[in-house]
Design a protein around this ligand. Structure first.
Ligand code: RB5
Length: 154
C-alpha cells in the first residue's frame, strides 16, 4: 500500500475501540502519520465527541483524511458530516469505499465494527486510501454539496 495523503486522524467510540486499535497499527506499518484522538478503552463514551474531534482536524487542515469507527459506522458518520468541510462516508464494502472516493471525494471513512471483520475493514481502508477522486462531473456535484453546507440559495 503506497501512502497518498499521509496525515490521518483516527477516532472511535467504545464499540469501535478494538477495530480502531487494529487499524491504527496497520496504518502505522504502512507509513501513515496517525493522529489518534481516542477513545482509549471499551468504557462507554459518546461517538459524536470523537467525530467532532476528527472532523475539526480535517476542517483545520491538520489532517488530510479521517477514519472513524463505531458499532454501525452510521452515527459517527452523521456526526462528522455536521462539521463544515467534512464528507464522511460509511462503507461496509470495498466497492462503497472506492465509490466514496471516485465520485464523492470523501475525506472521512467510517466503519462499523459490528458489521465488518478486521480483514474486510483493512481491505476497505486500503482501497479508500488509494483511490483518487475522479473530478469532472463529480466535482460539480461535490461543489453543490458545499453550496448546501454554506447555505447558498439557488
Ligand atoms: C453504541 O452502542 C452504538 O450505538 C454506536 O457505536 C454506533 O453504532 C452508533 O451509530
Amino acid at each position: 500500500m503506497m501512502p497518498t495523503d499521509k496525515r490521518i486522524a483516527v477516532g472511535a467510540d467504545h464499540a469501535g475501540y478494538r477495530l480502531k486499535s487494529f487499524l491504527v497499527e496497520h496504518l502505522k506499518k504502512n507509513g501513515y502519520d496517525v493522529d489518534d484522538v481516542g477513545t482509549t478503552s471499551e468504557d462507554s463514551v459518546d461517538y459524536p465527541d470523537f467525530a467532532r474531534m476528527v472532523g475539526q482536524k480535517i476542517a483545520d487542515g491538520q489532517s488530510d483524511r479521517g477514519l472513524l469507527v463505531c458499532g454501525s459506522g452510521l452515527g459517527i458518520a452523521m456526526a462528522a458530516n455536521k462539521v463544515s468541510g467534512v464528507r464522511a462516508a460509511p462503507a461496509s464494502t470495498v466497492e462503497l469505499a472506492q465509490l466514496s472516493r471516485q465520485h464523492n471525494d470523501a475525506n472521512v471513512l467510517t466503519i462499523g465494527a459490528r458489521i465488518v471483520d478486521e480483514s474486510l475493514a483493512t481491505d476497505i481502508l486500503d482501497v479508500w486510501l488509494n483511490t483518487a477522486f475522479e473530478g469532472g462531473r463529480h466535482q460539480r456535484r461535490v461543489d453543490k454539496i458545499t453550496d448546501i453546507e454554506r447555505g447558498k440559495r439557488e
